[in-house]
Write a protein that binds this ligand. Structure first.
Ligand code: FAD
Length: 391
């Protein structure tokens, strides 16, 4: 009897409650049945498969951890497991979900007023309304904490926003975009719920990416864009508040990296068992097994790390540096794993149809977004040394 192809070598899913395990399998089934068959085609076209939204909605998973507003109120562990299951099949779909459920809904849930939460969260939970999160600018990426150039000027009950935002996931079709801008009054970073129909808001699709091609990244231009005071995130007073959202979403990105690595590992393992050279399956060769075991070691270390990370999150003990360490370690190891997965598949490793090439490309984007390796390392470095080395 052939051993199973399963990247959960230490059986982490055994630690889930029966309800969580059932939801994990439901998400897995959705990804394998609904996403896998169309993913390479859409990745190549660099388009988003809008026809999946209806079935996505039926999963009822947006806003996984939030309480109220129709959200599931599940654990952070469950949120991580969902991110992993999605990325195990496709990191673009996991990113679409991470932007909607984490960055956009999370900003409103954590920093919005009661009225803002009541207006947006129920329809976002149901995917009747799509959200985006605009922090990065064309000239300001890693340095957003002190360097945002997008400005917000208050005139009575209206704010006037000016500036550009680059790389904004879901932005081309989002109904509401959380825009982070510097208040010209007190020089602090504030968040604004910009509706797509607001005068002065424009977005163009970014083209020719070599990773996460299904994610629709936009370049947003705000030209005297008018936003009502009622649409300013009422509890976002400075960049520390923005960072609270990023702390939560970085933990999810670490799980996404695990999923990406797991998908590549499982596909590569299956391939090496089938592919024969010199009259034998290549999986029987020592050098191939060496690669596979190296991949599995890293994958298992990553899984145990994010499992504990989510436990800390569920206990309310998660700090920025904890999320950053996992983000750095998992995205770095993922690059190694997807590279080896490609390697053991020879030439077929670079063909989309063999379902590893896409992971190789997508791992590059996950490695850089939500804070690069350097920036997240500096967050950990500051925590363990007491010295900030950012500038
Ligand atoms: P830069 O900041 O220009 O960095 C270039 C290099 O310099 C990096 O290696 C970096 O680590 C290094 N560096 C910078 N400062 C230091 C330092 N002090 N010490 C040492 N090294 C340093 N942003 C959003 O707001 N919303 C989104 O939805 C979104 N989605 C994205 C999706 C994708 C696919 C990608 C690729 C990016 C997305 N981003 C988004 C932007 C992302 O967060 C930025 O790309 C990231 O923060 C890095 O910024 P940058 O690309 O401008 O690189």
């Amino acid at each position: 009897k052939e051993p199973p192809i399963d990247g959960d070598f230490y059986n982490i899913s055994e630690r889930l409650s029966p309800e969580d395990r059932a939801l994990q399998l439901k998400v897995r089934e959705f990804m394998e049945k609904e996403i896998q068959p169309l993913v390479n085609e859409y990745w190549l076209k660099a388009e988003f498969p809008f026809e999946i939204i209806e079935k996505f909605r039926a999963l009822n998973i947006c806003g996984v951890t939030y309480d109220g507003y129709g959200c599931p109120n599940r654990s952070y562990l469950m949120e991580g497991i969902i991110a992993m299951e999605m990325a195990r099949v496709d990191a673009s779909i996991a990113t679409f979900f991470g932007v909607q459920s984490g960055l956009a809904m999370g900003s409103i849930y954590m920093l919005g007023s009661e009225a803002q939460k009541a207006e947006w969260l129920p329809k976002m939970q149901q995917l009747h309304c799509i959200g985006a999160f605009g922090l990065t600018e064309p000239e300001v990426g890693s340095g957003t904490a002190g360097g945002l150039t997008t400005t917000a000027k208050r005139e009575g009950d209206t704010w006037i926003l000016n500036g550009q935002k680059k790389w904004i996931g879901n932005a081309t079709f989002a109904d509401v975009i959380v825009i982070w801008a510097r208040d010209l009054g007190d020089n602090q970073v504030k968040g604004f719920l910009v509706r797509k129909e607001n005068p002065g808001f424009a977005v163009e699709k970014m083209h020719d990416k070599m990773a996460l091609r299904i994610v629709q990244n936009g370049l947003i231009t705000l030209t005297d864009c008018r936003v009502e005071e009622a649409d300013r995130l009422q509890h976002a007073n400075n960049f520390k508040d923005t960072s609270r959202v990023l702390r939560m979403t970085r933990a999810s990105v670490a799980w996404e990296a695990v999923g990406c690595a797991r998908g590549a590992y499982e596909n590569a393992l299956a391939y090496t068992r089938k592919r024969k050279q010199f009259g034998k399956p290549i999986a029987s060769f020592q050098l191939i097994q060496g690669h596979l075991v190296e991949m599995l070691s890293n994958l298992t270390a990553m899984q145990t790390m994010v499992f504990r990370l989510s436990e800390m999150q569920d206990q309310g003990a998660l700090k920025d540096e904890h999320a950053s360490l996992a983000k750095v370690f998992c995205t770095l190891r993922t690059r190694d794993i997807v590279g080896r997965a490609r390697e053991v598949m020879g030439g077929n490793g670079i063909l989309l149809e063999y379902n590893v090439a896409r992971f190789v490309a997508d791992a590059e984007a996950i490695y850089s977004y939500e804070g690069t390796k350097e920036i997240n390392s500096l967050i950990v470095g500051r925590a363990i040394t007491g010295s900030s080395a950012f500038v």
